[in-house]
Design a protein around this ligand. Structure first.
Ligand SMILES: [Zn+2]
Length: 110
């Protein structure tokens, strides 16, 4: 797998990132900045992700294998990742053009 899109930094979305050692990760810059900040280490936020998982993302970023984006990134024709915010500072959704029409994939609904 070449690319992994992280819609946000909760543990149920980043917990298995280490299973894709050759992939480049894509995450909204605001989400990455928040999740790796001192603020996110406070109890009310750290509940949502393990330090080990955040550490892995830091390591990938330092190695050039995590590429934060602002607003929008396109990973392939007809596949866009859009920063939408809402439940987390930089939550993103995926918009995929299909022959049946556009499909939107959200990390969370609501
Ligand atoms: Zn979540």
């Amino acid at each position: 797998m070449d690319d992994v899109i992280l819609t946000h930094g909760h543990d149920n979305h980043i917990g298995n990132a280490h299973l894709f050692p050759r992939a480049t990760f894509h995450v909204a810059e605001s989400e990455h900045r928040f999740r790796t900040s001192l603020t996110a280490a406070h109890t009310q936020f750290s509940y949502y992700a393990e330090e080990e998982e955040i550490g892995y993302l830091r390591e990938r970023h330092r190695g050039g294998k995590l590429k934060p984006f602002r607003g929008r990134c396109s990973r392939a024709p007809g596949l866009d990742v859009l920063e939408v915010g809402r439940r987390t500072p930089g939550q993103a959704m995926v918009r995929l053009q299909t022959t049946a029409g556009p499909v939107r994939l959200h990390g969370h609904v609501g």
